[in-house]
Write a protein that binds this ligand. Sequence first.
Ligand code: G2I
Length: 475
Amino acid sequence: MSDRPVPRGPRLRTTLTLLAASALAGGVALAVAPSADAATTLGASAAATGRYFGTAVAANKLSDSTYVGILNREFNAVTPENEMKIDATEPQQNQFSFTNADRIVNHALAQGMKVRGHTLAWYSQQPGWMQSMEGSALRSAMINHITRVATYYRGKVFTWDVVNEAFADSGGGRRDSNLQRTGNDWIEVAFRTARAADPDAKLCYNDYNIDNWTWAKTQGVYNMVRDFKARGVPIDCVGLQSHFNSGSPYASNYRTTMESFAALGVDVQVTELDIEGSGQTQATTYANVVRDCLAVPRCNGITVWGIRDSDSWRASGTPLLFDGSGNKKAAYNSTLEALNAGGTTNPTTPPPTTPPTSPPTSPPVSPTPPTGTTPPPSGTGCTAAYTVNAWTGGFTATVKVSAGSAAVTGWAATLTLPSGSAVTNAWNAQATGSTGAVRFANVSYNGRIAAGSSTEFGFQGTGTPPTGTPACAAS
Ligand code: G2I
């Protein structure tokens, strides 16, 4: 038993005791025995306030029994450290590789852990083919990448880092990159594309050095999020990476940063926590971070960027909670103690598609229901169903092409755009025309659809989207 006061509400863990069959017969089914024991693992303790405590995981360490032992015991969320990055998931254009990411996702889901997806759009870790792209081709490739990866992990990833590290280290403005040079709207297009691909995932902007409220970079990101919320761009969350060291130390205004973002109507997550140092100094800083998150209801959880010091990208700074042998450090104990002290409850956050509390100044962007029809169970040929995600001045659309009772070996869907609108790019289909009636034909790898099966393609456009059911012709 703990000598702490018995906590209230969700801190009160209960033990359900099934009584003897005779008691059941007498109508007393269950006895609820309160237990005030402090949780003994990071994940269980965080869960008591509705939060998660996660770690970055590397697929090639899943064969290390010490590593996996700590992972399974302590954590209830994971972030693939490198395996969902663009170079890992799309090494050749339009050839997707999910093997290593799936190893982590499957392990996590089998253990009942949540998965944070990291990351869909980033200036770094781009595959060679993307590094050499620019302009509308790159914009189109980004949209395709986000669509394909977020669609693949729909239902498995609870939060995506949609855009990573898009702000410059100083000055509060954007970082130059090939993505930035496609146009300042690339970030909002990335978020809209991610929302269309996975309407249920929480969508985050993630960055480092946005922990200190007084820094220009923090203010730059804050202003972007405020603008996005005002215009109805679908952003749900800000990820504070929180890589702390002497050059970027933890500051006591960290809680102010969290509260300020939360006040804009987004959640905050501590996404890549590590704190260089050792001993009690490091332990105190870890506890401060935990207390700040627990004080802010919209702080969903904390992820540390690795398990043992030897697993860290900054191993020489010994910034994690376990030493190289897997022993708990002082920082582990202070973290668990701070979690066990409790705090505000993180409410079960509403699904991202819930309308915002204050109406955006531009039309809502939640995906509209498909206007097409579900393919009939019988009949040859093909049918097409259409989902659109529109904002002022543009849209992305997804079209599901389904075969009837016979396989098709080729298809084309036609949509008519309103006057003034134009298709700017398409993925998984070849567009003919860009205004008026636009025909989207299959590409080499998706022409064949088995009987009763379907495939999807997408396109992006300017102006207002087409309405009505696309016409579908099979060949
Ligand atoms: O740099 C620390 C983090 C900053 N925020 C974004 C995170 O995604 C980033 O993580 C680090 C990983 O911890 C490193 O493991 O990102 C680095 C760059 O993507 C990762 O390093 C890379 C090396 O650069 C590659 O040479 C190596 O092949 O790790 C790869 C896999 O070990």
